[in-house]
Design a protein. Structure first.
Length: 439
């Protein structure tokens, strides 16, 4: 009898161990950061003193951020929801125009506010990643010519100096500038974002000045942390990385075009700023398929909808393999990498969940293939103000009812909490990708 019982127990233990293995197929490295991202103007509301606010109110038919998600007032409850989702990191941005609404006028209320924000994250065991420039600028700075002005890196450095003194004890992760190339092109080349210019020279100038500003900020942040004997900071940028595909693989022109495009989108900012990066933040949304249709109109890429490919509600192709490709491509810089944004605008929850699982799975494969990826931040925590597109696109893991400001967890949020809490893509999640595994 005794032998029989022992046998049963050992068999049960064996099955349990098997099950455990089965359920934790894709284990992420220890201390991996699972987070979400937001930016100040997109969630806070009432950012009266920046250029976006001025632009939104400059013409009748422009989308307005107004109260946005009222996150400025509700951050405490919102962070409580992050904790429920087992998050151990969160990316925010600070709003320069709140600190410095007029040139050289420093607002102590903003300091108090963001200190409370960072403290609240810390209390909950959530590591903050702080972006300093996320597309918006104080209105006074724009009146001086904005980033076209030769002195713009200087203005920015003054701000960074004061900012880091005030907040540096509460964070070690600093992202100086979010997507410098996107900002330069959307605002100065394509004429879509304020100040809506369409000028190659201005675009180049702005991009150069952002690079200069980053370099200065990098050294200021390091020096300040050293001076006050705070923990060594990690300073970087978030680059809008793009994966490319060519229909004509063996044609010289296509090959050359893609080399140049890859360099421009994914590497040029690093070329301009040299060794002033402690990590690379990667925002990944875009897979571009190269086919030169019209030379005259410079239409280089085929749109996903023209080929009936799967896409988000804003027309961006769903292509999970692309995140693997960009991580492997950016690996050449030999720096730790964090996916600081990745997500989909959709009102279809099974699509969002499939998106999340499939992209996280590719991040896992990139780590297995040697990419030093240390965190993943879903864009976005909440539905929010999607710039010129307004509130229509729904990027959030949490749905926001803008009338009542009520937040509700979406299905993908539940799956993301399971991933974060297990630090693993569980076997059962593969069901979303069509595998027939039992839960
Ligand atoms: C930006 C976000 C934006 C997201 C989705 C990123 O390029 O950093 O501000 O909301 O893409 O468009």
């Amino acid at each position: 009898m005794g032998v029989f019982r022992k046998d049963i127990f050992s068999r049960v233990a064996k099955i349990r161990a098997e099950k455990l293995k089965h359920h934790q197929t894709m284990q992420f490295p220890k201390n991996f950061f699972w987070g979400t991202s937001t930016s100040a103007h997109q969630v806070e509301g009432d950012n009266y003193y920046n250029d976006w606010w001025a632009w939104e109110h400059g013409k009748k038919n422009r989308r307005r951020s107004l109260k946005a998600c009222d996150h400025y007032e509700r951050f405490e409850e919102d962070f409580g929801l992050l904790k429920k989702m087992h998050q151990n990191a969160h990316r925010i941005s600070v709003e320069w125009s709140r600190f410095e609404p007029e040139e050289d006028v420093w607002n102590p209320e903003a300091v108090k506010h963001y200190r409370r924000v960072l403290e609240s994250l810390k209390e909950k065991g959530i590591t903050p990643f702080v972006t300093i420039h996320h597309f918006t600028n104080p209105q006074w700075f724009m009146e001086k010519g904005g980033w076209e002005n030769r002195k713009s890196p200087e203005y920015f450095s003054h701000f960074v100096e004061r900012l880091v003194k005030e907040l540096g004890d509460l964070t070690t992760f600093w992202i100086t500038i979010n997507e410098p190339l996107v900002y330069s092109t959307m605002s100065y080349l394509f004429g879509i974002w304020p100040p809506q210019k369409k000028n190659y020279i201005s675009t180049y100038r702005v991009y150069r000045n952002l690079a200069r500003a980053h370099k200065r900020a990098y050294s200021i942040i390091h020096k300040t942390h050293e001076k006050y004997r705070w923990k060594k900071p990690n300073v970087g940028i978030s680059v809008n990385s793009v994966s490319f595909y060519s229909y004509k693989k063996h044609e010289f022109f296509s090959w050359l075009f893609l080399r140049v495009a890859d360099w421009l989108w994914n590497h040029s900012f690093f070329a301009l700023t040299g060794k002033t990066h402690d990590f690379i933040g990667i925002n990944y949304y875009f897979h571009y398929r190269f086919k030169l249709n019209h030379f005259r109109t410079l239409q280089f890429f085929v749109e996903a909808r023209h080929e009936h490919r799967e896409m988000s509600s804003v027309g961006w192709e769903v292509y999970p393999q692309g995140i693997f490709d960009v991580l492997m491509d950016l690996k050449r810089h030999n720096l730790p990498m964090y996916v600081t944004e990745n997500g989909i605008a959709s009102r279809n929850e099974s699509k969002r969940t499939r998106y999340l699982v499939s992209y996280v799975k590719e991040v896992y494969h990139a780590i297995q293939a040697g990419a030093d990826v240390r965190g993943y931040f879903y864009w976005s925590f909440l539905d929010n103000f999607e710039w010129e597109k307004g509130f229509r696109p729904r990027f959030g893991l949490l749905d926001v009812n803008y009338k009542t400001q009520k937040r509700s967890f979406r299905h993908a949020a539940r799956i993301y909490s399971e991933i974060a809490s297990a630090n693993s893509l569980l076997h059962k999640h593969l069901r979303y990708l069509g595998h027939s595994v039992s839960p």
